[in-house]
Design a protein around this ligand. Structure first.
Ligand SMILES: [Mn+2]
Length: 293
């Protein structure tokens, strides 16, 4: 029955056509929305962001929950961290939003294994309380998070640090050939087994050193370390370093021909990043007239 066969095929193709268009429509109309919140440092600005962005599918905190830059009292910093944890538990229980909390260098010096000199903002009289809060909530924190080809970490991931310090699934495969998810897993496995490998290393006092760790490296060192040595499609999002001119830095990231690097330490500018599908945008919070610096 050639006619029916042809008819059937057309119908099937037609059905497949409709299905394809529908799937495509769904993806372009309602892509995954990810909201990226910069380094906290005791600030409650994250509450304004999550209030505005209630349709977010994923909310990512870039770390550094402690060590205020604007004299937020220690007890308030602690409460703010616990508020973030509680909010994470609440929205995750609702099933609508996934919350990712990245671990930063200003959280690292309160951990039990840390034996070196603490750095700026450290509060000795709060250290035991912060340590307890961090240790008991460590399962909520992560060093690296992969979403497709986008890799989130506090400061950025350098292949030089990976080569020297990371627990690698197999020694034969170069990092260039590993997926973003495999890189994130290697980083998190390293933290679970050898947390001290995230310590400050290298010679530049500011951290601008290509072998510096994912909680310490600065953008310049990160970019030069990775050229042609990590997958060209990799996009990295990091906090840790406040860009002076967020708009200009964002524009430069958008126009980059190689790896793309997005700066997300934007809370002090009252800004944050949104990733919808695979397109990034820079968002402004309304001016806070009660707290103008
Ligand atoms: Mn930092």
């Amino acid at each position: 029955m050639p006619f029916l066969w042809v008819w059937d095929t057309i119908l099937l193709d037609f059905r497949a056509g409709i299905l394809y268009i529908e799937v495509l429509k769904k993806e372009t109309q309602n892509p995954l929305k990810t909201v990226v919140i910069g380094d906290i440092h005791g600030r409650t600005t994250w509450k304004e962001i999550v209030d505005r962005e209630q349709d977010a599918d994923v909310v990512i905190f870039m770390g550094d929950y402690f060590d205020s830059r604007d004299r937020v009292a220690g007890a308030k910093q602690l409460q703010n961290f616990l508020d973030i944890i509680q909010w994470k538990l609440d929205v995750e229980a609702s099933g609508k939003t996934e919350v990712v909390m990245i671990f930063g260098n200003h959280d690292f010096h309160y951990m039990p294994w840390y034996t070196r000199e603490p750095y700026s903002g450290y509060l000795p009289y709060m250290a035991a309380k912060y340590r307890k809060a961090l240790v008991s909530n460590l399962h909520h924190l992560t060093l690296a998070y992969a979403m497709g080809e986008v890799l989130f970490s506090h400061a950025g991931v350098s292949v030089e640090w990976l080569n020297r310090f990371a627990v690698k699934p197999d020694a034969e495969t170069p990092w260039l050939r590993l997926s973003t998810a495999e890189i994130a897993k290697a980083i998190n496995d390293t933290f679970a087994q050898f947390p001290k490998r995230f310590d400050f290393n290298g010679f530049n006092p500011f951290g601008d050193d290509p072998q510096q760790s994912p909680i310490w490296i600065r953008p310049w060192a990160l970019e030069i370390a990775n050229i042609a040595r990590l997958s060209a499609g990799l996009v990295q999002v990091f906090g840790h370093t406040i860009p002076k001119d967020p708009q200009a830095v964002f524009q430069k990231s958008m126009e980059s021909q190689g790896h793309k690097y997005f700066h997300a330490d934007l809370l002090s500018h009252r800004m944050y990043l949104v990733l919808k599908g695979d397109s990034f945008s820079l968002q402004n919070l309304p001016t806070d007239y009660f707290n103008l610096a």
